[in-house]
Design a binder for this molecule. Structure first.
Ligand code: TRP
Length: 391
C-alpha cells in the first residue's frame, strides 16, 4: 500500500535541514534551499548594516530583505554630499508578472521618489537566447506584464529611461555609444574568467553578460549622463556574477574612467510551495497580479507552505514556525507594514495562539485588498505606457 504523505511539521522541517536540497544560484538557475549567509561568503559580498533613516522607512531595507551589497558607501556618500548618482537595473521578460517581481519594482519606485534618475533595461536580447522566444513576443511581455505593473505600482515616466537591449535609443549617437561600449568591454575579459565565474558558459550567455555590463556602465558615458558618476544596481542575489565580471572589466577598461559600480542584493520571494524563488513556470506556486480573489484564496489555502503543526491540538501545544512559513514571509516582505502588528503575528503563531488557517486568512485578506486596488491601477496605467516608449 502507498504510504500517505504526512504534512510537513516543524520537526520534519528541522530534520530536512540536514537533507537540504542542493543550492544552485546563478543568473540562469535558482533552485534548492537558499542559504544567504553562505552566498555572502561565496560571492564575497558584504552584509548590509544599518542605513540612514531614508532607507529605514522602506520595509525591504528595514526588514533586511535587501541584505547585502558591494560598495554601497559610494552611494551613501553621494546622498550625504548631495552629489548625483543614478539607479540602473533590468528585467528579463519571462511570462506573467507576479509578486516576486514586485520586489525590484518597489525598489525602483523608492529611488525614483527620492529623486534619483532610473535606467531600466529590458533584457530582450538576453531572453532571446535564454528563453527561445521572438523579440516581438518578448517586447509584448515586457510591456503588458512588466511595464504596465510598474506603472500601476507607481513608476513615473519622469526621470526614467526605460529601454530595450535590442533598441537602445532613437538617437543614433546614444545608441552607437551603448553598442560600441558593449563591443569594447569584451576585450577586457578572458574566457577562463568567464568559466571561473559562470561555470557552464555558452557564446549566447557570454554575450548576455557583456551586454549587461554595458547596461550597468553606459549611464556614465558622455552621451548619457555626460560624466563618470556612481551607479547603484539593485538586483536579486543571482545576478551577482554579472556584477563581478562588470566590475573587473570596468577596473581594467582603458578608454574611459568609470566610477566603480555599487550594488545591493535582495533575497528571493519564496514560491507558495516554499524554498527557492517564485517562478513563472509553476502557476500553483505563484500569485500573479491578475489573480482573482478566489484564485488567491484557493492557492494560499491549498499550496502555501506552512510552518504549523499537523493537528490543531499539536499546534496549540507546540506552536508553529513563522520563519519557514510562507504566508508569514509574504506578510513580512510586503503585506504587513506595521512592525508591531507583524511582531504580534509572529509571536502568536510561534506560541500556538494563532492557527495556520487564521494566519492564511490574514494574508488572503491583505493580498486581495492590495490586488483589488492594483488591478484598477493597471487599467489606468494603460494610458501611460506610451510615455515610457520612444516609438
Ligand atoms: N539579467 C537580468 C535578469 O535576468 C536582467 C538585466 C539586464 C539587468 N540588464 C541588467 C539587471 C542590468 C541589472 C542590471 O533579471
Amino acid at each position: 500500500m502507498k504510504k500517505r504523505l504526512k504534512k510537513p511539521t516543524s520537526s520534519d522541517a528541522r530534520r530536512t535541514q540536514s537533507l537540504r536540497i542542493k543550492m544552485v544560484v546563478n543568473p540562469w538557475e535558482v533552485s534548492g534551499d537558499i542559504n544567504y549567509e553562505k552566498l555572502i561568503k561565496e560571492f564575497g559580498i558584504k552584509p548590509l548594516k544599518k542605513l540612514p533613516e531614508i532607507f529605514d522607512k522602506n520595509i525591504l531595507f528595514r526588514r533586511n530583505v535587501i541584505f547585502a551589497h558591494r560598495d554601497i558607501q559610494r552611494i551613501l556618500d553621494a546622498i550625504k554630499s548631495k552629489k548625483k548618482f543614478v539607479m540602473m537595473t533590468g528585467l528579463m521578460p519571462s511570462g506573467k508578472f507576479h509578486l516576486g517581481h514586485m520586489l525590484l519594482a518597489q525598489q525602483m519606485i523608492f529611488y525614483q521618489k527620492l529623486g534619483v534618475k532610473l535606467y531600466i533595461a529590458v533584457a530582450d536580447l538576453e531572453a532571446y537566447s535564454a528563453r527561445n522566444k521572438s523579440l516581438k513576443e518578448l517586447r509584448e511581455i515586457a510591456i503588458d506584464q512588466y511595464l504596465l505593473n510598474y506603472i500601476a505600482l507607481g513608476l513615473s515616466p519622469k526621470n526614467c529611461d526605460f529601454y530595450f537591449q535590442s533598441e537602445r535609443s532613437d538617437n543614433a549617437k546614444k545608441s552607437n555609444a551603448y553598442y560600441r561600449l558593449a563591443s569594447n568591454l569584451s576585450s577586457y575579459a578572458t574566457f577562463n574568467e568567464f568559466k571561473a565565474i559562470y561555470g557552464d558558459i555558452s557564446p549566447g550567455k557570454m554575450n548576455a553578460s557583456i551586454l549587461q555590463a554595458a547596461d550597468m556602465l553606459h549611464p556614465q558615458l558622455p552621451e548619457f549622463e555626460g560624466k563618470p558618476l556612481p551607479v547603484l544596481v539593485p538586483v536579486g542575489i543571482d545576478q551577482d556574477p554579472h556584477l563581478r565580471i562588470a566590475r573587473d572589466i570596468s577596473r581594467r577598461f582603458k578608454d574611459y574612467n568609470f566610477v566603480q559600480l555599487s550594488s545591493t542584493y535582495h533575497t528571493f520571494l519564496p514560491g507558495l510551495k516554499g524554498g527557492g524563488k517564485m517562478s513563472s513556470s509553476d502557476e500553483n506556486s505563484l500569485i500573479a497580479m491578475t489573480d482573482s480573489p478566489s484564485e488567491v484564496k484557493t492557492k494560499i489555502n491549498k499550496y502555501a507552505f506552512s510552518g504549523g503543526q499537523h493537528t490543531v491540538e499539536e499546534h496549540r501545544k507546540k506552536g508553529g514556525n513563522p520563519d519557514v512559513d510562507v504566508s508569514f514571509q509574504y506578510l513580512r516582505m510586503f503585506f504587513e507594514p506595521d512592525d508591531k502588528k507583524l511582531k504580534d503575528i509572529y509571536e502568536d503563531y510561534k506560541s500556538g495562539a494563532l492557527l495556520t488557517g487564521e494566519l492564511k486568512g490574514i494574508l488572503i485578506e491583505k493580498i486581495n485588498a492590495f490586488l483589488k486596488n492594483h488591478q484598477k491601477q493597471r487599467i489606468l496605467a494603460k494610458k501611460q505606457v506610451g510615455k515610457f516608449l520612444y516609438s
